[in-house]
Structures are given as C-alpha cells and as structure tokens.
Design a protein around this ligand. Structure first.
Ligand code: NAG
Ligand code: NAG
Ligand code: NAG
Ligand code: NAG
Ligand code: NAG
Ligand code: NAG
Ligand code: NAG
Ligand code: NAG
Ligand code: NAG
Length: 692
C-alpha cells in the first residue's frame, strides 16, 4: 500500500466538519496496477428469455418440436372455421430433425379454413415489414392468406396473399412472404392467421410445418434479436457469457446443450429439451450467439459441456474424450480458419471470418449438480483433461474453472481454482451479504470472473426459495453496487462481472429477479433498478485501479477509484452509500492526486427519491423509481471535489466531463455517445487479461 498524504485536510474542514475525505493517489495500485473489470451478463434461455424473448421469432411452437421431457402438441394454435388441427408423424417429414407436423383438415362443407398462432402470449403488430415463412405438404390450387389480426376483435391489421406452390402434394414446399400491416394494433393481443380455401385442396387437408414470422430485428440480422429487448442490453455491456448456465448442462447427459444441434438451417435443428420447463427451438443457436456478440461489439465467454448434467449424470474418465472432442470442434467452429474442418462449416453458414475467442469455461457450477461425486470428477479429471486438451491446441485461450475459491460441494471438499485457470463465482445474495462481500477478493490470488451475480433475497429472509423478491429492488441494487465496487477495486483479479439471469418474459417465469422484464407488448419492456446502476458503472470504465484512502474506512460509504487509459487518463471515483445512520446526506470530498483546482468532473448519481429500500420498477405501472442526476462540479482551490450523497445512493465522479449523462434508456441513442469510448469498440480493450 502506498502512503497518502492528506494535502486537503484543512480545506475539507472548512467545507464540512463531517465530510468523509477520500484521497486517490495517481500511481501504485494493485500488484500489476492494471486491470479492468468488464460489465456484462449471462444469457441462457430461462423462462422464455430466448424463445419468446430476445430471439425475435413471433410464432410459438413453430415446428412442433418435442423431446422425451416435453411432448409434441399444437400448443399456441387455434383453428379457424372449424378446421381440425392434429399432429402427424408423416412418413416423409419436413426433415429428420422435424418429424412432427400439423395437419389442418377442413370440416364437411369446406370453406376457407386455417389456423391462428397467438405467439408468445401475443404479438406486437406495427406498420413495419414482417417476414413470414411456412412449409406445406399436400396438393393445393389457390392462394393462402397470411394475416396479423386481433385476438379480441374482428380487426385485421395487415394481410397478404401467398400463391400456392403445392402443385402435386408429393413434397414439402416452402412459402415465404412479406407482410406490412396498414395500421398499428392497439395492444399486443394479436395472432398470425394462415388460411386456405379447402375447395382447392383435393384431399381436404394440408400439412404445415415450420411456421415462422419475424419482425425487423436488431441490426437487421436474419433470424436475429428482438429490437427493443436487445437495446436494453446493448451499449453498456462489454462481455456476454453463454449459452448457460444450467442450460449448458441439460437435464441428462443425453440432452445437454449440444452445439452441433444448434447450427445450420433452422429446419435441420431438432430443438432442445430446456432445463427451465419448456421445449426450446434452438433458433438462438451457437452462431446466433456469436453474431449477437459481434453485433454488440463485445467479447464473450463460451461455456462448453463438460460431462455433468443436472440430474447428476457424470461422464466417467474413459468416456470423456467424446466431449473433449466436441469442445475442440466447437472452438474450431468459432475461431478456426475458414479452411479448417469446422471453420469451413462456419464459412458455409455465411461467416467465413473467425470470431475472436479467448475465454472458454469448462462446464457450469460443477460443485453443485452432481454433489461431491460431480465435483470430485471435475477437479480430478474432467477439468484437467479439458484444460490440457484445449491449451494444447490453443495455448492462448484462457480457461475458466466453473467453481470459485469460495465454493465447495460439501464441507471439507474445498478445491479452489488454480492458476492459470480463472475461477467463476456466483453470488445470489441478500443485499447485506453483498455489502459484507465488499472485500471478498482483496486477498485473492487467483483470477476470477463473477459469472452470475444479483441481489435476490431480502435481508434476513428465510432461504433460497422462500424470499426471492418479485423484482430487483432498490436496496438490493445498492448492495450490488457495493459488491461491484469491491470487484472493480480488485480489477487485476476480477476480470468481469455478469448480471444473471438477464431477461424475463412476464407471461411465463419463475425466477423473478432479472435485469430487464418484457412481454409481447413492448410497452412492458422495463429496465429494473439494477439496470440503472450496471449501466452507470459500465459506462464509466477504468483500466487501472488506484490506491484510495480515507480515515473513515468503509461503511456506510463504500468506494473505489481508478483511471481510464482509454479516455485520456480520466480519473474515476465510484461510491455507494448503504444504510447511513445520520439523517443528513453523507458529505464527501474526493481528492485525486495531481488534479488541479478548477478541474471539472461529472457527478453522475442514482438515488431513490423517497429513500424507499423496497421500491422497484414494475412493468405494469411503468414508473421508474430511480432518479438520475448528472451535474458537472469543479475542484476547489485545493483540487478537491466536494459533494454529498443521500442514504442508499450510488454515484460516479469522472473527470472525463464528456461522459455526462451516461444513462439513456431510449437505447440506441446512447451507444457511441459521449463517455462511451471505452465500450463497444471492436477488438479487445486492454485490461481484460491482466496476468497476476
Ligand atoms: C488491490 O487494491 C485493493 C483496493 O485498493 C486492495 O483491497 C487490495 O488489497 C489490493 N491488492 C493488492 C495485491 O495490492
Ligand atoms: C391479452 O394478452 C395477455 C397476455 O397473454 C393476457 O394476459 C390477457 O388476458 C389478454 N387479454 C384478453 C382480453 O384476452
Ligand atoms: C386469444 O384468445 C384465446 C381464446 O379466447 C385465449 O385463450 C388466449 O389467451 C388469447 N391470447 C391472447 C394473446 O390474447
Ligand atoms: C420457469 O423457470 C422455472 C425455474 O426457475 C421453472 O421451474 C418453471 O417451470 C419455468 N416456468 C415456465 C412456465 O416455463
Ligand atoms: C451418462 O451418465 C451415466 C450416469 O448417469 C453414465 O453411466 C454414462 O456413462 C454417461 N454417459 C456419457 C456418454 O457420459
Ligand atoms: C487480507 O489480508 C490482510 C493481511 O493478512 C488481513 O489483514 C485482512 O483482514 C485480509 N482481508 C480479508 C478480506 O480477508
Ligand atoms: C440495512 O437496512 C435494512 C433495512 O432496514 C436492514 O434490513 C439491513 O439489515 C441493514 N443492513 C445493515 C448492514 O445495516
Ligand atoms: C439479521 O440476521 C443477522 C444474522 O442472523 C442478525 O445478526 C441481525 O441482527 C438480523 N437483523 C435484523 C434486522 O433482524
Ligand atoms: C438508510 O436506509 C436504510 C434502509 O432503509 C435504513 O435502515 C436506515 O435507517 C436509513 N438511514 C437513515 C439515516 O435514514
């Protein structure tokens, strides 16, 4: 630790006798003095955050996918004019991957018949181009009509005719169309209807499969992301972890997240028996995740299946090679040259450029699902064999261990990650515990990511399931901020911090604490209280942690500071006040070594105006309980910044004045704006890979 002298002590006394004096030295810092904690999130398809969530597909159950766990059905579909809808397993299915299809049989008397799909509990209909496709088998002379219509009234917002290409009925034929509604629907209780005139179908029925409809997507990516949902994550985040999470592990070792099932033409993807209560399409597959990271211009941590599933299936050592090979092939698919075996598959699928992949996580929470047996298998052979095999081919790839220095499967079974592996810590906590963990990484010698974190349980609650809060709430958010400052002041060994889970569809969920809530109706897309603080911290990045001292120690004010090389050496201080004891706001003076009188800094603050620790952002009221204030303040004659923070508040003081007002929930506007230089830039920002 570097000794700091309090050059400004006298001045601070004049300003306020009670001010907490914080001084930041201009050099020193941690062992390396170098490091950047990057902010991001884990995404896996939990509770329709993928299908029906950020994946823009509007049709639910589009290809009648099923698995041992989730039986095939016509869920999501309603018949029109008495048509009978049934699942058929035809001798000639659309593809091997999609053996089931839906037969639409006209009633006696025929007429115009068909089906509606209600989407993921509704569909947002606006005057914009929708791209549709459906496959049909069966002879049909005439046209189909595709319409977006109300589920509540007779209103039809847009409709188009699609000429039948089914001349003979011998084969599956794809029909594609574009539909531009002539008016916006007043709510999201809408369906997609597809009809045909039974008089043109000699057999009186037609078979349908892969019925899909996409609105415009984020950055116009085909098979891409839902715009408003993607925009809540875009701009501030600089790293994504995927594809799970528990999803990676799967329910059993026959139904883990097999990346090979998730690539290629959509009609060749069988889908995935999700671990969160529903069959998944696999439309958001490996390549879509990679393109997501590419479109966000962020780095990613790719997790590979490592021989442990949620039911406790453990792969014995003599059978592990198969999964090691799959991981090596997956890595080659991601970053191999276009003439390599799997790189050429990627090129075939339209992406000849290799992706930059530097972080591979072996498994997920291996200390948890399989108990001691799973954990022992992990540190004894599963992890070492994967690590060795991957580094043999890719010595530059950093390998992540799926447990942290703070995890054990059972007492006495402590096996922390060992250098050079990077650990992964997942604190789902009460706010008080996140505050207690402020110094958790101070003496840590092994690098970690905090691969999943959120305040989820109320203080003094009674256990994991009993007290999951309904939404991220203000005191929890401030608790997260305290932990995040703790991570960032140890940025040389905490490389990234990831909120999880990140998205929730309000129509079908169980895990309630997510950064963003949404439903079919974009008006419900809601940034939680925590979003406002993650956004704040992420948009004031630092590349070098600097030593900070205060005679007041820590609590109720928690703080850390650093400088950002990428923004011309801006000096940045981050602080949070958690449970102050004095009724007045907490007066603070911050002295940055070397900063002269008259220097300007942005003070960007997040508070809850009523000081209500329970306040949250409820999608159904639309009220944002988080107050954002941004002001430019000037260093006094001694070069000291003086300000105060209320109880339960979070603030950043940043001498890069152009970084003012980082938070702009209107999404796109924010990106590339002032204060954003350190993020979203292509390539690898320095500091994510400090070596201890
Ligand atoms: C790094 O800095 C943090 C915050 O100043 C401190 O808690 C930690 O002990 C330092 N670690 C080292 C190795 O200097
Ligand atoms: C509209 O859709 C929502 C979401 O599925 C549903 O909760 C609501 O009951 C629907 N409204 C009506 C009047 O059907
Ligand atoms: C559409 O209407 C059906 C039948 O009334 C109802 O069960 C369903 O919940 C509705 N869906 C939406 C999204 O409104
Ligand atoms: C949502 O996820 C939870 C697991 O957290 C699962 O138990 C539940 O069944 C899921 N609900 C639905 C309807 O998908
Ligand atoms: C799957 O798990 C079972 C234990 O439940 C194990 O006997 C079997 O070897 C595993 N198979 C593979 C391929 O990992
Ligand atoms: C870190 O180590 C120092 C020196 O041994 C000790 O005083 C301090 O309490 C430790 N901090 C934590 C959080 O364990
Ligand atoms: C902070 O205040 C909340 C609400 O009164 C309380 O539940 C919590 O235990 C307090 N925590 C600390 C560390 O004072
Ligand atoms: C909360 O629980 C902790 C630990 O059990 C205890 O020390 C503390 O007094 C409790 N606080 C409240 C407000 O009940
Ligand atoms: C600050 O907020 C916490 C949580 O509500 C509360 O326990 C504490 O009393 C508050 N402090 C003051 C000074 O009001």
């Amino acid at each position: 630790m570097v000794a700091i002298k309090y050059a400004f002590a006298a001045a601070a006394c004049v300003a306020s006798t009670a001010a907490i004096e914080v001084s930041v030295s201009s050099s020193g810092g941690n062992a390396t003095g170098y490091g950047q904690t990057r902010y991001g999130f884990l995404h896996e398809d939990i509770n329709n955050s993928g299908d029906g969530g950020i994946y823009a597909e509007l049709v639910r159950n589009r290809a009648f996918q099923y698995s041992r766990k989730y039986p095939v059905s016509t869920d999501g579909y309603y018949s029109i004019n008495g048509a009978k809808l049934s699942i058929q397993m035809l001798d000639e299915p659309l593809s091997e991957a999609l053996p089931a299809s839906m037969r639409v049989k006209a009633p006696k008397g025929g007429g115009v018949v068909g089906f509606e799909n209600e989407g993921y509990w509704g569909m947002d209909v606006k005057q914009q181009p929708y791209s549709g496709t459906f496959w049909v088998k069966g002879e049909y002379h005439g046209h189909f009509t595709a319409s977006l219509q109300s589920n509540l009234t007779d209103a039809v917002f847009g409709s188009t005719k699609v000429k039948s290409k089914c001349k003979t009925g011998d084969e599956w034929v794809e029909h594609t169309y574009e539909l531009v509604p002539t008016k916006d629907a007043p709510n999201s209780n809408n369906t997609l209807a597809i009809t045909f005139d039974a008089a043109g179908a000699p057999s009186g029925h037609l078979d349908f499969n892969f019925i899909s409809l996409f609105p415009p997507t984020f950055k116009d990516r085909k098979n891409g992301l839902r715009v408003d949902v993607a925009e809540t994550l875009y701009g501030w985040s600089s790293v994504i972890r995927f594809p799970g999470g528990n999803m990676l592990e799967g329910n059993t070792n026959r139904s883990y997240w097999n990346w090979k099932d998730s690539i290629g033409p959509l009609i060749e993807r069988p889908g995935f028996a999700g671990v969160w209560g529903y069959q998944q399409t696999h439309g958001l597959g490996l390549l879509e995740y990679l393109e997501w990271a590419e479109d966000f211009e962020v780095e990613f941590v790719l997790a590979v299946y490592a021989g442990l599933s949620l039911n406790g299936d453990i792969t014995p050592e003599d059978k592990l090679q198969r999964f090691i090979d799959e991981a090596l092939e997956e890595i080659e698919f991601v970053r191999g040259p276009a003439d390599s075996t799997w790189g050429s598959r990627r090129a075939e699928l339209g992406h000849p450029e290799p992706f930059t992949l530097e972080y591979v996580e072996v498994g997920n929470e291996d200390w948890l699902a399989g108990g001691d047996k799973g954990w022992n298998a992990y540190f004894r052979y599963r992890f070492p064999l994967f690590q060795q095999a991957i580094n043999e081919v890719y010595p530059d790839i950093e390998i992540l261990y799926s447990g942290s220095a703070y995890d054990t499967s059972s007492p006495g079974n402590y096996h922390p990650p060992q250098n050079p592996a990077i650990g992964d810590y997942h604190p789902y906590r009460e706010p008080d515990d996140l505050v207690d963990e402020f110094d958790l990484f101070d003496n840590q010698t092994v690098r970690h990511i905090v691969g999943e974190v959120a305040a989820t349980f109320v203080n003094n609650g009674t256990g994991f399931d009993g007290d999951l809060h309904p939404f991220p709430w203000w005191i929890g958010t401030v608790g997260e901020a305290v932990s995040m400052i703790g991570y960032e002041r140890n940025a040389d060994r905490v490389l990234g911090t990831f909120y999880a889970p990140v998205l929730r569809n309000m129509n079908r969920w169980q895990w309630s604490i997510t950064l963003v809530q949404f439903a079919a109706d974009p008006a419900l897309t809601t940034r939680s209280t925590s979003w406002y603080v993650w956004d704040l911290f992420a948009l004031h990045p630092i590349t070098h942690v600097l030593p900070v001292e205060s005679p007041a120690g820590y609590g109720p004010l928690y703080y850390g500071a650093g400088t950002d090389e990428e923004r011309d050496g801006a000096m940045v201080w981050k602080g949070a006040v958690y449970n102050s004891t004095n009724k007045a706001d907490v007066p603070i003076s911050v002295a940055f070594d070397g900063v002269k009188a008259g220097t300007k800094a942005v003070l960007d603050m997040r508070t809850q105006a009523e000081g209500n620790p329970w306040a949250y952002n409820d999608p159904f009221t639309g009220v944002n309980v988080v107050s954002t204030t941004t002001e430019v303040i000037t260093a006094n004659a001694d070069g000291v910044f003086e300000f105060s923070m209320p109880n339960l508040s979070v603030a950043v003081l940043d001498t890069d004045v152009s970084s003012a007002g980082s938070s702009s929930p209107s999404g796109g506007k924010k990106h590339g704006g002032p204060g954003h230089k350190g993020h979203g830039r292509p390539g690898k920002p320095p500091g994510f890979r400090p070596k201890l």
